[in-house]
Design a protein around this ligand. Structure first.
Ligand code: AMP
Length: 399
């Protein structure tokens, strides 16, 4: 089913394998505070090392403007070595003499991290000379950073044009999950989209209505749709100037035979704060000084029914102001329902982007979804139907 080349197709023995990974881990006082991203790349690194390849890691860290010791990847090396349970070497530069000497110094099966690719301007510009300088230290390129694949940078895309290119295990898992969720899904497909604003998700909504059978809209963005239908939403968060956009998306959905499922009732409060007294209201009765902060109980039942009808679920964004008690209820209950259906083998569920991972973690169901993408921007661009340069280069290369 895959249309891209994976590590299964690569002969890595005694080769210098440049592996582009995501090392953007949270740090405090020079120490890594969350190793999730490091754990995710372990299978790729061990696979290459145990098959006798030299593992040469490329990654960016932060947004340095030139060389900046405070953004050095050196600080990540001890945590990576700990997670891998193997020694990890480090080179002070990702190109040139320092990199070459470090690559020569490691033996097949050993692991080396090269310094932050963004210390060089050529990285983000995808400068052919910089790509060439990186390629001098490798025989193969393995892309394992889906989270950076929406950027056509030297180490995320450029190298795929000059070296034989393969998807690493993390990239492979992500692409297989995304393919099953939207490109070749088992139907019916339902998408759940929430979050604060329509304005940040117009492209996403326009793409999804042409791809899915039903689209559940919740969160602050649902208020804009309700307002566009003439419903009085009091002081709720909404972008009233986007009423036409909301109507256009609904018309496009109708044309594409995609059912739009909007809230049928609301949980409201009079203050935007934790433990604010909350009330369930019908949509014809929202007080003018109240705010809709979550979908109401009947809406939750309606969303559960939509999930029951689906074979595939794609989820992005919370259905309410989930950071505040009790306005996490809609998100938590719907997420738990989707998790249950997934555990029963009745649903393939893929979620990702921004606050979604936090919302699923709050509902304690992230492990029960079929796949949860931690890839923020790249996941959203994929939902928008945009090409991902770092993925396309894996599909198109023929040698
Ligand atoms: P986004 O980053 O667009 O996915 O939006 C996530 C944010 O939307 C979270 O901080 C939620 O608290 C917020 N949000 C969701 N629903 C509402 C709502 N009805 N009113 C206000 N904020 C909301």
């Amino acid at each position: 089913m895959t249309t891209f080349r994976t590590l299964d197709d690569a002969d890595v023995k005694d080769k210098r394998v440049l592996v582009r990974v995501d090392l953007n881990v949270p740090m405090e006082n020079g120490r890594v505070t969350d190793v999730t991203r490091l754990e995710r790349i372990v299978p790729t690194l061990i696979d290459i090392a145990d098959r006798g390849g030299k593992v040469i890691i490329l990654a960016h860290f932060g947004r340095p403007k030139g060389v900046d010791p405070s953004q050095s990847l050196k600080a990540v090396v001890p945590s990576l070595a700990h997670v891998l349970k193997r020694p990890v070497a480090f080179a002070e530069d990702c190109i040139g003499e320092a990199a070459r000497r470090a690559v020569d110094a490691i033996k097949p099966g050993e692991i080396l991290v090269l310094e932050n690719t963004r210390f060089h301007k050529g990285e983000e510009k995808n400068d052919p000379d910089f790509v060439k300088a990186l390629a001098e230290n490798g025989d193969l390129w393995v892309a394992d950073a889906f989270s950076a694949s929406h950027r056509a940078h030297a180490s995320t895309e450029g190298l795929g044009h000059v070296l034989p290119a393969y998807a690493g295990r993390t990239m492979q898992a992500e692409l297989e999950a995304l393919t099953k969720a939207l490109d070749q899904p088992k139907r019916p497909v339902v998408a759940v989209v929430g979050g604060a604003k329509v304005s940040t998700k117009i492209d996403l909504l326009e793409n999804l209505v042409t791809r899915v059978d039903a689209l559940v809209i919740g969160g602050g963005m649902a208020n804009t749709f309700l307002h566009a239908q003439g419903i009085r939403i009091g002081k709720s968060l909404a972008e009233k100037d986007l009423a036409d956009t909301a109507r256009r998306i609904m018309a496009k959905a109708e044309e594409a035979k995609c059912a739009i499922i909007l809230p049928v009732d609301a949980t409201v409060a009079f203050h935007f704060e934790n433990n604010a007294p909350s009330f369930a209201y019908g949509l014809d009765a929202i007080p003018s000084d109240a705010m809709i902060l979550d979908v109401g109980p009947q809406s939750i039942a309606r969303i559960h029914a939509a999930i029951d009808d689906a074979a595939t679920l794609v989820w992005n964004g919370p259905l309410g102001a989930f950071e505040l008690n009790p306005f996490d209820k809609g998100t938590v209950e719907a997420a738990r329902h989707a998790a249950r259906r997934t555990r029963e083998g009745k649903l393939l569920s893929v979620a990702g982007g921004g606050d979604t991972v936090a919302a699923l973690n709050a509902a304690k169901v992230a492990d029960d979804f079929t796949y949860v993408s931690t890839a923020g921007g790249a996941f959203l661009e994929w939902l928008e139907g945009k090409p991902l340069p770092g993925v396309d280069v894996l599909k198109t290369r023929s040698s």
